[in-house]
Design a protein around this ligand. Structure first.
Ligand SMILES: C[S@@+](CC[C@H](N)C(=O)[O-])C[C@H]1O[C@@H](n2cnc3c(N)ncnc32)[C@H](O)[C@@H]1O
Length: 231
């Protein structure tokens, strides 16, 4: 296994069949309000505001936001993740929606072969990916853009590692997670997220709550679309 593959694997390996049932309690119930200072109800409101009835969830985790945030009716829902355990867990959790399922690495080119989506969510994924924010965000957005409708919206959140106010406990947990490679966000800054969004999208917004950046963006810049087509 190459060094990069090993790093990518460390970013998703902790989400397993055994650990996923505890994710909602530990991450969403405890860490979000107490450590990262961005309470889950706030993230859920943000999710509900931006999700559509033709939606791709990238980095599905336990599927909490899908189960609690999808619009009523019969939305089209697709799940994308590198981790088979997460996909199986969430496919079962939201089985009523009969989701389309794709096992893909967001850091590689993604060829889904299905119609594009009106919304794509990317919550708490960027901080798990190895590399500098400038590089990983660029790769992920460029791999997802071809699957977003022209007037579609991409939205998400990520824990920042620098240039944010952080409690002592948050600093300790962040350092420990970075050491284990579960997070790779020690140098992730708001500026780098904004740079990745502003070079690709005509309209974007960022908000910071605690150590978490929440972002949405829409309208791919023509110059960027042409650049992607030339590649
Ligand atoms: C912290 S969980 C986030 C879960 C969910 N979005 C939430 O906010 O509750 C990160 C998710 O990203 C996935 N992931 C990590 N690295 C990935 C990669 N390189 N490609 C695709 N998915 C990845 C993990 O398997 C996991 O499901």
């Amino acid at each position: 296994m190459s060094a990069l593959h090993a790093e990518v694997e460390r970013g998703y390996a902790s989400y397993t069949r055994r650990s996923l049932p505890f994710y909602d309690g530990w991450v969403l119930g405890f860490c979000n309000p107490r450590i990262w200072e961005c309470p889950t109800p706030f993230l859920l409101d943000f999710y509900r505001k931006h999700v559509s009835n033709n939606h791709l969830e990238a980095g599905v985790g336990s599927g909490y936001f899908l189960e609690n945030g999808l619009p009523e009716g019969k939305p089209r829902v697709a799940l994308l993740d590198i981790n088979r355990d997460c996909l199986d867990y969430v496919e079962k959790r939201i089985s009523d929606y009969r989701p389309e399922v794709f096992q893909e690495n967001l850091l590689d080119t993604i060829d889904l072969g299905v119609p594009p989506f009106d919304s794509i969510a990317l919550n708490y994924v960027l901080h798990c990916l190895p590399g500098r924010m400038e590089t990983k965000a660029a790769l992920v957005f460029d791999h997802l853009i071809p699957h977003l409708k022209e007037d579609g919206k991409i939205f998400g959140s990520s824990i920042l590692g620098t240039d944010v106010q952080m409690s002592r406990l948050a600093k300790i947990l962040l350092r420990a997670k970075n050491k284990k490679g579960i997070f790779s966000n020690a140098n992730d800054s708001l500026g780098a997220v904004m740079e990745a969004l502003s070079t690709r999208f005509k309209t974007f917004n960022v908000e910071v709550y605690g150590c978490v950046v929440l972002f949405w963006a829409k309208g791919i810049r023509d110059s960027h679309r042409e650049r992607l087509l030339d590649q």
